[in-house]
Design a protein around this ligand. Structure first.
Ligand code: BGC
Length: 378
């Protein structure tokens, strides 16, 4: 039985799930005006569809995934992301819904880091446990700027943004490209690359909030999660990693086998107390190239999302800070744990932890991050 957070049950599905291969049509893309920035600049939105009835909408504002519609096991299609119906919502949102987050996603202790002997000070725009830190690129990160979008390749949109030297306190002019592609294997690929003209730090992450039921009034506590991650990063009360890389075995952080999220979220375990639930970075199994990192399933609708990446880690954030204080799509007030984020990434606070994989990017190098969401139903 689903846990209802606010409103009654959704309508049951009608049609069948998979169209036979011979019915496949070519994919299509639509480009429209989504709205205007406060300074009058026009913001475009692109609609990507595939031959199996999946639809992804992406916008130039924040290189945001606005919606993702996928069929459930009986073929009923629904949007499985939190967000807004109009651009205005995103302009004021502070929860990074669907956004491309940067220059450094996740947290940096005290908003400070030293690079090549020079100390840099970033905005401290977050304070879990009452301890200020830098989060997700600062006061006006990549989620709050206008990117420039254009169609590319077969059913893709490429967004470009140039982050100036000194923007939000980061050194170096950083040129960023983020591409969304939707293919007929039901894969939404988010891919980011960046180059710089001076040493800097980079950790650009995709920050969609998922509720695979398609009903944003339900809890994700009943979703089943698998993480191909034998270790996680314990944090202090300010959610900054302590530097320890701890085994998940025997703890409520163990998702190496499929587990229902809600079963252990209230366990008496320090990391869960500090995070107010799941809000941690898991260290993925080592491997080469793009590989499976996570599998999420809603047992009731049968929707499955698999995430593959080339990154070393993944943040599983269980939506603990959602509190119904703002209304999103359809006027729904998003309640605590009504969605979750799975953010492939480098390690949080890596700029201050020499033992963590480096997030430093130098001139002549290219930062690359691939994240593939593959949708199915069973
Ligand atoms: C973090 C949360 C944070 C949220 C903000 C997540 O990536 O893990 O701690 O509150 O982003 O939307």
């Amino acid at each position: 039985m689903k846990t209802r957070l606010m409103i009654p049950a959704m309508i049951l599905a009608l049609a069948s799930c998979q169209k036979p291969a011979e019915m496949k049509t070519s994919s299509a893309m639509k480009q429209e005006v989504f709205g205007k920035m406060p300074d009058g600049r026009e913001v475009k939105i692109f609609t990507l569809t595939n031959s199996n009835g999946l639809t992804a909408r992406v916008t130039e504002y924040g290189a945001i995934l606005v919606s993702m519609e996928t069929p459930d096991k009986s073929g009923k299609t629904a949007d499985i992301t939190h967000g807004y119906d109009t651009l205005e919502g995103w302009l004021t949102n502070t929860s990074y819904l669907g956004a491309t987050v940067g220059r450094f996603g996740n947290r940096i202790k005290d908003g400070k880091f030293t690079l090549e002997g020079k100390e840099y000070t970033l905005a401290t725009n977050n304070d879990p446990g009452g301890i200020p830190c830098h989060l997700h690129g600062g006061l006006k990160g990549f989620d709050k700027v206008l990117w420039s979008g254009k169609p590319v390749g077969d059913n893709g949109v490429e967004f470009t943004y140039v982050s100036k030297d000194g923007e939000e306190g980061y050194p170096g002019n950083l040129t960023v490209k983020t591409t969304y592609t939707l293919n007929d294997d039901n894969e939404l690929k988010w891919e980011t690359s960046a180059t710089t003209d001076a040493p800097t730090i980079v950790n650009i992450v995709h920050h969609s909030y998922w509720n695979l039921s398609g009903d944003p009034t339900t809890s994700i506590n009943d979703h089943e999660l698998t993480l191909r991650a034998p270790h996680f990063l314990p944090t202090d009360i300010g959610l900054i990693p302590t530097g320890e890389i701890a085994p998940v075995a025997g703890t409520p952080m163990d998702f190496t086998k499929p587990k229902i999220i809600g079963e252990r979220v209230e366990a008496d375990f320090e990391a869960l107390k500090f995070g107010g639930g799941y809000d941690h970075c898991w260290v993925l199994e080592k491997g080469e190239g793009v590989r499976l990192a996570a599998r999420l399933k809603d047992p009731e609708t049968g929707r499955v999302m698999e995430i593959s990446t080339d990154q070393p880690a993944i943040q599983f954030y269980g939506g603990n800070f959602l509190d119904g204080s703002f209304a999103g799509k359809g006027g729904v007030k998003y309640a605590k744990r009504s969605a979750l984020c799975l953010e492939t990434e480098g390690f949080p606070d890596a700029p201050n932890k020499a033992a963590f994989p480096s997030c430093v990017l130098r001139p002549g190098e290219t930062y690359k991050h691939v994240m593939i969401h593959k949708f199915s139903a069973e």
